[in-house]
Design a protein around this ligand. Sequence first.
Ligand code: GLN
Length: 476
Amino acid sequence: MSGRAAAPSPWLEDWAKGVSLTQRVEVFLKKIARQAALNAFVEVFEQSALERAADIDARRQAGAPLGPLAGMVVALKDNILMKGHRCTASSRILEGFEAPYSATAVHRLLEADAVVIGRTGCDEFAMGSSNETSYYGLVRNPLDPERVPGGSSGGSAAAVAAGLCDAALGSDTGGSIRQPAAFCGLWGMKPTYGAVSRYGLIAYGSSFDQIGPMTTSPEDAALLMQVISGPDPYDATSDVRFTFQKSEHGAQERVVSLGFFPELLEGSDIEEPIRKAYQDCLERARILGCVLKPIELPMRSWLVPLYYVLSTAEASSNLARYDGVRYGYRSSHGETLEQMQVNTRTEGFGAEVRRRILLGTFVLSSGYYDAYYSKALKARALLCRRLENLFNEVHFLLLPTTPGLPFRFGERSADPVKMYLEDQFTVMANLTGHPALNFPWPCAGDFPVCGLQIMGPRRSDADLLAMAGRLVASKF
Ligand code: GLN
Protein backbone atom coordinates (compact mmCIF):
# COMPACT_ATOMS: atom_id res chain seq x y z
CA MET A 1 0.00 0.00 0.00
CA SER A 2 3.03 2.29 0.15
CA GLY A 3 2.44 3.12 -3.50
CA ARG A 4 -1.26 3.57 -2.84
CA ALA A 5 -0.87 5.76 0.19
CA ALA A 6 1.17 8.18 -1.89
CA ALA A 7 -1.12 7.99 -4.93
CA PRO A 8 -4.19 10.20 -5.10
CA SER A 9 -7.51 8.67 -4.05
CA PRO A 10 -9.62 7.18 -6.87
CA TRP A 11 -12.07 10.07 -6.72
CA LEU A 12 -9.29 12.63 -7.06
CA GLU A 13 -7.77 10.67 -9.90
CA ASP A 14 -11.12 10.58 -11.73
CA TRP A 15 -11.58 14.27 -11.05
CA ALA A 16 -8.14 15.07 -12.44
CA LYS A 17 -8.90 12.99 -15.53
CA GLY A 18 -12.03 15.01 -16.08
CA VAL A 19 -14.52 12.16 -15.48
CA SER A 20 -17.90 13.79 -14.89
CA LEU A 21 -19.30 13.59 -11.40
CA THR A 22 -22.67 12.64 -12.81
CA GLN A 23 -21.07 9.62 -14.41
CA ARG A 24 -19.41 8.64 -11.13
CA VAL A 25 -22.66 8.97 -9.19
CA GLU A 26 -24.42 6.82 -11.82
CA VAL A 27 -21.78 4.13 -11.42
CA PHE A 28 -22.19 4.20 -7.63
CA LEU A 29 -25.97 3.97 -7.95
CA LYS A 30 -25.63 0.86 -10.11
CA LYS A 31 -23.14 -0.69 -7.69
CA ILE A 32 -25.44 0.02 -4.75
CA ALA A 33 -28.29 -1.75 -6.54
CA ARG A 34 -26.04 -4.70 -7.40
CA GLN A 35 -24.85 -4.97 -3.81
CA ALA A 36 -28.30 -4.64 -2.26
CA ALA A 37 -27.72 -7.84 -0.29
CA LEU A 38 -25.16 -6.02 1.86
CA ASN A 39 -27.99 -3.76 3.05
CA ALA A 40 -25.50 -0.94 3.61
CA PHE A 41 -27.95 1.84 2.69
CA VAL A 42 -31.27 2.56 4.37
CA GLU A 43 -32.01 5.12 1.70
CA VAL A 44 -30.25 6.23 -1.46
CA PHE A 45 -30.60 9.94 -2.24
CA GLU A 46 -30.65 9.21 -5.95
CA GLN A 47 -32.36 12.32 -7.19
CA SER A 48 -30.62 14.89 -4.99
CA ALA A 49 -27.22 13.26 -5.57
CA LEU A 50 -27.65 13.38 -9.35
CA GLU A 51 -28.90 16.97 -9.21
CA ARG A 52 -25.93 18.05 -7.14
CA ALA A 53 -23.48 16.19 -9.34
CA ALA A 54 -24.94 17.91 -12.40
CA ASP A 55 -24.68 21.29 -10.68
CA ILE A 56 -21.03 20.72 -9.75
CA ASP A 57 -20.25 19.45 -13.27
CA ALA A 58 -21.84 22.57 -14.72
CA ARG A 59 -19.94 24.89 -12.40
CA ARG A 60 -16.74 23.08 -13.27
CA GLN A 61 -17.39 23.48 -16.98
CA ALA A 62 -18.06 27.15 -16.51
CA GLY A 63 -14.70 27.47 -14.77
CA ALA A 64 -16.27 28.52 -11.46
CA PRO A 65 -14.24 28.01 -8.29
CA LEU A 66 -15.10 24.76 -6.50
CA GLY A 67 -14.71 23.49 -2.95
CA PRO A 68 -12.02 21.07 -1.75
CA LEU A 69 -14.39 18.08 -1.81
CA ALA A 70 -15.59 18.59 -5.39
CA GLY A 71 -15.55 15.11 -6.90
CA MET A 72 -16.06 13.20 -3.64
CA VAL A 73 -19.21 11.13 -3.06
CA VAL A 74 -20.04 10.62 0.59
CA ALA A 75 -22.57 8.57 2.59
CA LEU A 76 -24.03 9.57 5.96
CA LYS A 77 -24.79 7.34 8.90
CA ASP A 78 -28.53 7.27 9.55
CA ASN A 79 -28.18 9.49 12.64
CA ILE A 80 -26.72 12.58 10.95
CA LEU A 81 -29.30 15.04 9.69
CA MET A 82 -29.49 16.36 6.16
CA LYS A 83 -32.22 18.89 5.53
CA GLY A 84 -35.18 17.57 3.56
CA HIS A 85 -34.13 13.93 3.94
CA ARG A 86 -35.36 11.32 6.35
CA CYS A 87 -33.23 10.27 9.31
CA THR A 88 -34.20 7.56 11.78
CA ALA A 89 -31.16 6.36 13.79
CA SER A 90 -32.29 3.05 12.23
CA SER A 91 -35.13 2.94 14.76
CA ARG A 92 -38.84 2.41 14.29
CA ILE A 93 -39.52 5.27 16.69
CA LEU A 94 -38.24 7.81 14.16
CA GLU A 95 -40.05 6.26 11.20
CA GLY A 96 -40.95 8.99 8.74
CA PHE A 97 -38.99 11.74 10.53
CA GLU A 98 -37.64 14.31 8.09
CA ALA A 99 -34.70 16.50 9.07
CA PRO A 100 -35.74 20.17 9.36
CA TYR A 101 -32.11 21.30 9.18
CA SER A 102 -28.69 19.90 8.28
CA ALA A 103 -26.04 18.89 10.77
CA THR A 104 -23.13 21.34 10.82
CA ALA A 105 -20.84 18.57 9.52
CA VAL A 106 -23.20 17.99 6.58
CA HIS A 107 -23.60 21.70 5.94
CA ARG A 108 -19.80 21.95 5.73
CA LEU A 109 -19.55 18.91 3.43
CA LEU A 110 -22.04 20.51 1.05
CA GLU A 111 -20.32 23.91 1.21
CA ALA A 112 -17.11 22.09 0.23
CA ASP A 113 -18.95 20.62 -2.80
CA ALA A 114 -19.19 16.99 -1.72
CA VAL A 115 -22.09 14.92 -3.07
CA VAL A 116 -24.13 13.03 -0.44
CA ILE A 117 -25.40 9.77 -1.93
CA GLY A 118 -27.53 8.41 0.90
CA ARG A 119 -27.88 7.29 4.48
CA THR A 120 -26.45 4.08 5.80
CA GLY A 121 -27.79 1.59 8.34
CA CYS A 122 -26.54 1.45 11.90
CA ASP A 123 -27.31 -0.25 15.17
CA GLU A 124 -30.48 1.31 16.56
CA PHE A 125 -29.60 4.70 18.09
CA ALA A 126 -25.92 3.81 17.56
CA MET A 127 -26.08 1.23 20.34
CA GLY A 128 -24.21 -1.88 19.33
CA SER A 129 -21.09 -3.37 17.82
CA SER A 130 -22.45 -5.57 15.06
CA ASN A 131 -25.23 -3.81 13.16
CA GLU A 132 -27.65 -6.52 14.18
CA THR A 133 -30.08 -4.19 16.00
CA SER A 134 -31.12 -1.94 13.10
CA TYR A 135 -34.85 -1.72 12.43
CA TYR A 136 -33.89 -2.03 8.75
CA GLY A 137 -32.13 -5.35 9.14
CA LEU A 138 -28.56 -6.45 9.51
CA VAL A 139 -25.71 -5.17 7.37
CA ARG A 140 -23.17 -7.61 5.92
CA ASN A 141 -19.41 -7.30 5.86
CA PRO A 142 -18.32 -6.92 2.22
CA LEU A 143 -15.06 -8.76 2.98
CA ASP A 144 -17.03 -11.81 4.18
CA PRO A 145 -20.83 -11.63 4.03
CA GLU A 146 -21.18 -14.25 6.77
CA ARG A 147 -19.60 -11.86 9.24
CA VAL A 148 -20.75 -8.64 10.86
CA PRO A 149 -19.38 -5.34 9.53
CA GLY A 150 -19.06 -4.06 13.09
CA GLY A 151 -21.15 -1.33 14.60
CA SER A 152 -22.71 0.86 15.15
CA SER A 153 -21.59 2.65 11.96
CA GLY A 154 -21.60 -0.69 10.08
CA GLY A 155 -23.55 0.53 7.07
CA SER A 156 -21.09 3.37 6.54
CA ALA A 157 -18.14 0.97 6.81
CA ALA A 158 -19.73 -1.58 4.47
CA ALA A 159 -20.59 1.10 1.91
CA VAL A 160 -17.03 2.45 1.77
CA ALA A 161 -15.36 -0.98 1.86
CA ALA A 162 -17.60 -2.26 -0.95
CA GLY A 163 -16.82 0.80 -3.08
CA LEU A 164 -20.41 2.10 -3.02
CA CYS A 165 -19.17 5.64 -2.26
CA ASP A 166 -15.80 7.32 -1.72
CA ALA A 167 -16.09 7.93 2.01
CA ALA A 168 -18.65 8.13 4.80
CA LEU A 169 -19.37 9.90 8.04
CA GLY A 170 -20.04 7.84 11.13
CA SER A 171 -20.51 8.66 14.78
CA ASP A 172 -18.48 7.30 17.68
CA THR A 173 -19.73 7.21 21.27
CA GLY A 174 -17.76 4.18 22.41
CA GLY A 175 -16.03 2.92 19.28
CA SER A 176 -18.69 3.03 16.58
CA ILE A 177 -16.43 4.53 13.93
CA ARG A 178 -13.22 2.71 14.83
CA GLN A 179 -14.56 -0.80 15.35
CA PRO A 180 -16.48 -1.09 12.04
CA ALA A 181 -13.52 0.56 10.30
CA ALA A 182 -11.33 -2.17 11.83
CA PHE A 183 -13.73 -4.91 10.69
CA CYS A 184 -13.90 -3.57 7.12
CA GLY A 185 -10.25 -2.56 6.59
CA LEU A 186 -10.73 1.22 6.67
CA TRP A 187 -9.43 4.34 8.32
CA GLY A 188 -11.83 5.57 10.98
CA MET A 189 -11.29 8.62 13.13
CA LYS A 190 -12.91 9.50 16.46
CA PRO A 191 -11.94 13.16 16.72
CA THR A 192 -11.04 15.03 19.89
CA TYR A 193 -14.27 15.67 21.78
CA GLY A 194 -15.55 19.05 20.59
CA ALA A 195 -13.53 19.02 17.35
CA VAL A 196 -16.58 18.26 15.19
CA SER A 197 -19.91 19.86 16.02
CA ARG A 198 -22.62 17.55 17.34
CA TYR A 199 -25.31 19.88 16.02
CA GLY A 200 -27.60 17.72 13.91
CA LEU A 201 -26.31 14.41 15.24
CA ILE A 202 -29.07 12.38 16.89
CA ALA A 203 -27.87 12.28 20.49
CA TYR A 204 -26.94 9.07 22.28
CA GLY A 205 -24.40 9.98 25.00
CA SER A 206 -23.78 13.68 24.53
CA SER A 207 -20.54 13.86 26.51
CA PHE A 208 -19.14 11.02 24.38
CA ASP A 209 -20.59 11.47 20.87
CA GLN A 210 -18.41 12.63 17.98
CA ILE A 211 -18.94 12.57 14.23
CA GLY A 212 -15.92 11.44 12.21
CA PRO A 213 -14.71 10.20 8.80
CA MET A 214 -14.46 6.62 7.51
CA THR A 215 -12.20 6.37 4.48
CA THR A 216 -9.86 4.19 2.43
CA SER A 217 -6.84 6.46 3.00
CA PRO A 218 -5.44 8.78 5.66
CA GLU A 219 -5.38 11.58 3.08
CA ASP A 220 -9.15 11.41 2.58
CA ALA A 221 -9.71 11.30 6.34
CA ALA A 222 -7.52 14.39 6.76
CA LEU A 223 -9.35 16.23 4.02
CA LEU A 224 -12.74 15.43 5.53
CA MET A 225 -11.55 16.43 9.00
CA GLN A 226 -10.30 19.72 7.64
CA VAL A 227 -13.74 20.42 6.23
CA ILE A 228 -16.04 19.21 9.02
CA SER A 229 -14.07 20.18 12.15
CA GLY A 230 -13.80 23.54 13.88
CA PRO A 231 -15.82 25.66 16.28
CA ASP A 232 -19.59 25.91 15.85
CA PRO A 233 -21.81 28.32 17.76
CA TYR A 234 -24.67 25.78 17.51
CA ASP A 235 -22.82 23.30 19.74
CA ALA A 236 -21.96 24.60 23.20
CA THR A 237 -19.40 21.81 23.66
CA SER A 238 -17.55 22.58 20.45
CA ASP A 239 -13.89 23.32 21.12
CA VAL A 240 -13.12 26.91 20.17
CA ARG A 241 -9.40 26.16 20.23
CA PHE A 242 -9.58 23.29 17.77
CA THR A 243 -7.93 23.59 14.39
CA PHE A 244 -7.04 20.61 12.26
CA GLN A 245 -3.36 21.05 11.72
CA LYS A 246 -0.16 19.18 12.34
CA SER A 247 1.84 20.05 15.40
CA GLU A 248 5.49 19.25 15.98
CA HIS A 249 4.50 15.75 17.21
CA GLY A 250 3.70 14.55 13.71
CA ALA A 251 6.89 15.79 12.14
CA GLN A 252 8.95 13.02 10.60
CA GLU A 253 12.27 14.29 11.87
CA ARG A 254 11.18 14.29 15.53
CA VAL A 255 11.82 11.23 17.65
CA VAL A 256 8.39 9.93 18.40
CA SER A 257 7.69 8.08 21.64
CA LEU A 258 4.96 5.50 21.59
CA GLY A 259 3.36 3.99 24.67
CA PHE A 260 2.29 0.36 24.35
CA PHE A 261 0.71 -2.24 26.62
CA PRO A 262 2.84 -5.37 27.18
CA GLU A 263 -0.05 -7.07 29.00
CA LEU A 264 -1.85 -7.31 25.65
CA LEU A 265 1.11 -9.04 24.06
CA GLU A 266 1.49 -11.51 26.88
CA GLY A 267 -2.07 -12.39 27.84
CA SER A 268 -4.42 -14.60 25.92
CA ASP A 269 -7.43 -12.29 26.16
CA ILE A 270 -7.07 -11.00 22.64
CA GLU A 271 -7.25 -13.24 19.62
CA GLU A 272 -3.95 -14.42 18.24
CA PRO A 273 -4.11 -12.63 14.84
CA ILE A 274 -4.72 -9.31 16.61
CA ARG A 275 -1.90 -9.93 19.06
CA LYS A 276 0.41 -10.71 16.15
CA ALA A 277 -0.63 -7.61 14.23
CA TYR A 278 -0.03 -5.49 17.32
CA GLN A 279 3.40 -6.98 17.82
CA ASP A 280 4.21 -6.54 14.14
CA CYS A 281 3.17 -2.89 14.20
CA LEU A 282 5.28 -2.18 17.27
CA GLU A 283 8.23 -3.74 15.50
CA ARG A 284 7.56 -1.50 12.50
CA ALA A 285 7.48 1.54 14.75
CA ARG A 286 10.81 0.52 16.26
CA ILE A 287 12.35 0.15 12.79
CA LEU A 288 11.06 3.63 11.95
CA GLY A 289 13.02 4.98 14.92
CA CYS A 290 10.17 5.40 17.43
CA VAL A 291 10.98 5.00 21.10
CA LEU A 292 8.66 2.37 22.59
CA LYS A 293 7.62 2.72 26.17
CA PRO A 294 5.82 -0.07 28.05
CA ILE A 295 2.81 1.18 29.98
CA GLU A 296 0.08 -0.39 32.08
CA LEU A 297 -3.36 0.05 30.55
CA PRO A 298 -5.00 2.56 32.90
CA MET A 299 -7.99 1.30 34.92
CA ARG A 300 -8.47 -1.56 32.49
CA SER A 301 -11.22 -3.49 34.25
CA TRP A 302 -13.17 -0.27 34.89
CA LEU A 303 -13.38 0.99 31.35
CA VAL A 304 -16.34 -0.97 30.00
CA PRO A 305 -18.42 -0.68 33.22
CA LEU A 306 -17.72 3.08 33.38
CA TYR A 307 -18.77 3.54 29.80
CA TYR A 308 -21.99 1.56 30.22
CA VAL A 309 -23.00 3.35 33.43
CA LEU A 310 -22.38 6.83 32.04
CA SER A 311 -23.48 6.37 28.43
CA THR A 312 -26.74 4.65 29.38
CA ALA A 313 -27.47 7.41 31.91
CA GLU A 314 -27.08 10.00 29.17
CA ALA A 315 -29.07 7.86 26.74
CA SER A 316 -31.98 7.52 29.14
CA SER A 317 -32.16 11.29 29.31
CA ASN A 318 -31.57 11.93 25.59
CA LEU A 319 -34.14 9.38 24.47
CA ALA A 320 -36.85 10.71 26.78
CA ARG A 321 -37.94 13.04 23.98
CA TYR A 322 -39.38 10.18 21.89
CA ASP A 323 -42.81 10.24 23.42
CA GLY A 324 -45.03 9.74 20.38
CA VAL A 325 -46.23 13.34 20.63
CA ARG A 326 -43.56 15.42 18.98
CA TYR A 327 -42.25 13.32 16.11
CA GLY A 328 -41.79 9.90 14.65
CA TYR A 329 -43.79 6.79 15.43
CA ARG A 330 -46.97 6.93 17.54
CA SER A 331 -48.74 3.84 18.85
CA SER A 332 -52.41 3.61 18.02
CA HIS A 333 -53.09 1.71 21.25
CA GLY A 334 -53.90 3.25 24.61
CA GLU A 335 -56.81 5.14 26.13
CA THR A 336 -54.83 7.82 27.92
CA LEU A 337 -51.83 9.99 27.05
CA GLU A 338 -49.66 7.96 29.39
CA GLN A 339 -50.75 4.64 27.88
CA MET A 340 -50.07 5.98 24.40
CA GLN A 341 -46.59 7.09 25.47
CA VAL A 342 -45.78 3.80 27.14
CA ASN A 343 -47.00 1.84 24.12
CA THR A 344 -45.15 4.11 21.69
CA ARG A 345 -41.88 3.60 23.51
CA THR A 346 -42.45 -0.14 23.97
CA GLU A 347 -43.31 -0.68 20.31
CA GLY A 348 -40.96 1.94 18.86
CA PHE A 349 -37.70 1.00 20.58
CA GLY A 350 -35.93 -2.31 20.05
CA ALA A 351 -34.78 -4.59 22.87
CA GLU A 352 -31.21 -3.25 23.18
CA VAL A 353 -32.33 0.37 23.32
CA ARG A 354 -34.96 -0.47 25.95
CA ARG A 355 -32.35 -2.32 27.99
CA ARG A 356 -30.09 0.73 27.97
CA ILE A 357 -32.86 3.18 28.82
CA LEU A 358 -33.78 0.98 31.79
CA LEU A 359 -30.15 0.63 32.90
CA GLY A 360 -29.56 4.38 32.55
CA THR A 361 -32.73 5.26 34.42
CA PHE A 362 -31.71 2.85 37.18
CA VAL A 363 -28.23 4.32 37.68
CA LEU A 364 -29.74 7.81 37.83
CA SER A 365 -32.53 6.92 40.24
CA SER A 366 -32.46 8.11 43.82
CA GLY A 367 -30.68 5.65 46.06
CA TYR A 368 -28.50 4.39 43.20
CA TYR A 369 -27.24 7.70 41.81
CA ASP A 370 -24.48 7.95 44.43
CA ALA A 371 -23.55 4.28 44.17
CA TYR A 372 -23.24 4.22 40.39
CA TYR A 373 -23.55 7.45 38.43
CA SER A 374 -21.72 9.80 40.71
CA LYS A 375 -18.99 7.25 41.43
CA ALA A 376 -18.53 6.65 37.71
CA LEU A 377 -18.15 10.40 37.14
CA LYS A 378 -15.36 10.51 39.71
CA ALA A 379 -13.62 7.54 38.11
CA ARG A 380 -13.96 9.24 34.73
CA ALA A 381 -12.22 12.33 36.07
CA LEU A 382 -9.44 10.13 37.44
CA LEU A 383 -9.03 8.39 34.10
CA CYS A 384 -8.81 11.75 32.31
CA ARG A 385 -6.04 12.84 34.66
CA ARG A 386 -4.17 9.54 34.17
CA LEU A 387 -4.32 9.91 30.43
CA GLU A 388 -3.25 13.56 30.49
CA ASN A 389 -0.25 12.49 32.54
CA LEU A 390 0.53 9.67 30.13
CA PHE A 391 0.61 12.12 27.25
CA ASN A 392 3.23 14.11 29.15
CA GLU A 393 5.41 11.00 28.95
CA VAL A 394 4.72 9.74 25.42
CA HIS A 395 3.48 11.33 22.21
CA PHE A 396 1.04 8.57 21.29
CA LEU A 397 -0.45 5.32 22.55
CA LEU A 398 -0.68 2.29 20.31
CA LEU A 399 -3.25 -0.40 21.03
CA PRO A 400 -5.56 -2.83 19.24
CA THR A 401 -8.97 -1.51 18.20
CA THR A 402 -10.83 -4.75 18.91
CA PRO A 403 -10.05 -7.88 20.92
CA GLY A 404 -10.86 -10.11 17.94
CA LEU A 405 -11.63 -10.42 14.23
CA PRO A 406 -15.12 -9.80 12.83
CA PHE A 407 -17.46 -12.37 14.32
CA ARG A 408 -20.35 -14.20 12.67
CA PHE A 409 -23.98 -13.16 12.88
CA GLY A 410 -25.70 -14.27 16.08
CA GLU A 411 -22.42 -15.14 17.82
CA ARG A 412 -22.69 -12.39 20.43
CA SER A 413 -26.20 -11.03 20.17
CA ALA A 414 -27.59 -13.35 22.85
CA ASP A 415 -25.11 -12.19 25.47
CA PRO A 416 -24.93 -8.41 25.99
CA VAL A 417 -21.81 -8.61 28.16
CA LYS A 418 -19.94 -10.46 25.44
CA MET A 419 -21.02 -7.76 22.99
CA TYR A 420 -20.08 -4.93 25.38
CA LEU A 421 -16.58 -6.37 25.82
CA GLU A 422 -16.06 -5.70 22.14
CA ASP A 423 -15.61 -2.06 23.24
CA GLN A 424 -12.83 -2.67 25.76
CA PHE A 425 -10.14 -0.83 23.79
CA THR A 426 -12.26 1.89 22.23
CA VAL A 427 -14.28 3.41 25.10
CA MET A 428 -11.26 4.95 26.81
CA ALA A 429 -10.96 7.68 24.17
CA ASN A 430 -14.65 8.55 24.53
CA LEU A 431 -14.47 8.62 28.33
CA THR A 432 -11.56 11.06 28.22
CA GLY A 433 -12.30 12.94 25.00
CA HIS A 434 -8.93 12.19 23.42
CA PRO A 435 -8.71 11.59 19.67
CA ALA A 436 -8.30 7.99 18.47
CA LEU A 437 -7.85 6.55 15.02
CA ASN A 438 -8.29 3.05 13.60
CA PHE A 439 -5.88 2.17 10.82
CA PRO A 440 -5.84 -1.06 8.79
CA TRP A 441 -3.12 -3.64 9.29
CA PRO A 442 -2.57 -6.94 7.49
CA CYS A 443 -3.83 -9.95 9.36
CA ALA A 444 -2.42 -13.44 9.51
CA GLY A 445 -5.71 -15.06 10.60
CA ASP A 446 -8.65 -16.23 8.52
CA PHE A 447 -9.52 -12.64 7.61
CA PRO A 448 -7.49 -10.36 5.31
CA VAL A 449 -7.20 -7.33 7.55
CA CYS A 450 -7.51 -6.10 11.09
CA GLY A 451 -7.46 -2.75 12.83
CA LEU A 452 -5.04 -1.09 15.20
CA GLN A 453 -5.55 2.08 17.10
CA ILE A 454 -3.46 5.15 17.83
CA MET A 455 -4.43 7.71 20.47
CA GLY A 456 -2.86 11.08 21.18
CA PRO A 457 -3.22 14.27 23.19
CA ARG A 458 -6.24 16.48 22.72
CA ARG A 459 -6.23 18.24 19.34
CA SER A 460 -3.53 15.95 17.92
CA ASP A 461 -6.01 14.55 15.37
CA ALA A 462 -3.89 15.52 12.36
CA ASP A 463 -0.79 14.02 13.96
CA LEU A 464 -2.53 10.68 14.48
CA LEU A 465 -3.28 10.46 10.78
CA ALA A 466 0.27 11.44 9.88
CA MET A 467 1.86 8.97 12.30
CA ALA A 468 -0.40 6.04 11.38
CA GLY A 469 0.06 6.95 7.72
CA ARG A 470 3.80 6.54 8.18
CA LEU A 471 3.41 3.18 9.91
CA VAL A 472 1.06 1.78 7.28
CA ALA A 473 3.04 3.12 4.32
CA SER A 474 6.18 1.45 5.66
CA LYS A 475 4.38 -1.85 6.07
CA PHE A 476 2.47 -2.49 2.88
N1 GLN B 1 -20.43 -0.51 20.82
C1 GLN B 1 -20.63 0.64 21.64
C2 GLN B 1 -22.03 0.63 22.19
O1 GLN B 1 -22.70 -0.28 21.93
C3 GLN B 1 -20.30 1.88 20.88
C4 GLN B 1 -21.43 2.60 20.33
C5 GLN B 1 -21.06 3.90 19.65
O2 GLN B 1 -19.91 4.27 19.60
N2 GLN B 1 -22.08 4.59 19.16
O3 GLN B 1 -22.45 1.51 22.87
